[in-house]
Design a binder for this molecule. Structure first.
Ligand SMILES: Nc1nc2c(ncn2[C@@H]2O[C@H](COP(=O)(O)OP(=O)(O)OP(=O)(O)O)[C@@H](O)[C@H]2O)c(=O)[nH]1
Ligand SMILES: [Mg+2]
Length: 339
């Protein structure tokens, strides 16, 4: 009797364990699937950059029988054309030449793997992380950038992603300047199912951010994301306007994590780099969201931003849909371009 009971117990236990194993396997599969989905989307989004860079590199390397100076010149041209930037390109190829010499490499085909490693190395920044500064909560993300780069869209997508991670998110419609901007953010807040704080068109942006902070505190939100106007300023006006907002955040939310996220449109290539330089002079940019990578061969901009300007790319836009924003990761990014 006891033996039977024990046996039944044991069988039950075994069944439970088997069930657990099944569940774990299922979970791993979904993890695998989402990893494949993530990487597939990244690869698709970087398709044009891959064609402009890796396919050209492949055909150049095939056309050489030995590694010489001319080969490096051709590689440099490809990198510069992909908007990697001249200084970064020179650094990468100088290091590449050293590595080729060190390893006594003679086959041009071997250069590709070394180049990939050197690009990753050039992008690695000491003491800088590619992860958004939002933990532990609460956090404020101020989203800045010029006209039409994708600020509002990126905010909508980011709110959606954070909500999926069970974070309580609130948006503040700090772009009170452009007609229709508040309504556009309202649409995104509905899609992402997060709250929104607004004032009327023409109101003081700093007052909207102030109210956003009060709402975030009262509703115990994890992340407050603030939209700002992308009007083309001169440097002084831009500085004054942003500094007013920063002062409100510092005063009203001193304990919150602060991320100043500069949105740049990858399709504008070197222009994006110039914008980054101006914003860097005006305020403390802590990260970049690089949008519209899906529509351009200029994905090399990400390499220049990291390596030349020391600005960590934190998010990348690979399409217009709500789930087309990804966290940036150096290895995934370079692998997606090269593999
Ligand atoms: N293909 C593609 N389009 C994008 C991406 N991100 C934004 N867009 C598009 O870029 C356009 C401008 O986006 P907005 O979010 O309105 O840009 P903004 O910076 O807020 O513009 P202003 O408010 O006028 O300063 C929209 O048509 C978006 O759909 C992206 O990653 N890929
Ligand atoms: Mg906008």
């Amino acid at each position: 009797m006891f033996k039977n009971l024990f046996r039944r117990d044991k069988n039950d236990k075994q069944r439970e364990e088997e069930k657990e194993i099944e569940i774990v396997e299922e979970k791993n599969e979904t993890l695998e699937e989402s990893k494949v989905g993530f990487f597939g989307k990244l690869k698709a989004g970087l398709d044009k950059t891959r064609k402009g860079m890796t396919e050209k590199i492949d055909s150049i390397l095939k056309s050489y029988t030995k590694i010489d100076e001319e080969l490096f010149d051709d590689l440099e041209e490809i990198l510069v054309t992909a908007d990697v930037g001249i200084n970064t390109t020179m650094n990468i190829t100088d290091n590449l030449k050293d590595r080729v010499k060190e390893e006594g490499m003679t086959d041009p085909q071997g250069v590709k793997e070394l180049l990939k490693e050197e690009i990753k190395e050039a992008m690695r920044l000491p003491n800088l992380s590619n992860t958004l500064k939002i933990n532990p909560s609460p956090a404020v993300i101020l989203v800045v950038g010029v006209n039409g780069v994708g600020k509002t869209t990126t905010i909508g997508k980011l709110a959606y992603n954070l909500k999926k991670e069970n974070k309580k998110v609130i948006l503040a419609a700090g772009d009170t300047f452009r007609a229709g901007a508040i309504e556009q953010l309202n649409e995104w807040s509905k899609r992402a199912e997060v709250d929104l704080v607004t004032h009327n068109e023409g109101a003081d942006p700093a007052a909207v951010i102030f109210d956003g902070i009060q709402a975030a505190k009262a509703r115990k939100c994890d992340v407050l994301i603030c939209d700002t106007a992308g009007r083309l300023h001169n440097k002084k006006n831009l500085m004054n306007e942003l500094n007013k907002i920063f002062r409100v955040v510092e005063r009203e939310y001193p304990d919150a994590q602060k991320e100043v996220l500069l949105v740049l449109d990858a399709t504008t290539g070197q222009n994006a780099i110039s914008q980054a330089k101006v914003f860097k002079e005006v305020c403390n940019i802590s990260g970049v969201a690089l949008t519209k990578l899906d529509g351009t061969a200029k994905g090399g901009v990400a390499i220049a931003l990291q390596s030349e300007l020391g600005l960590p790319v934190k998010l990348i836009g690979v399409g217009e849909k709500i789930d087309d924003l990804q966290q940036f990761n150096i290895d995934d990014f370079v692998d997606a371009i090269f593999d």
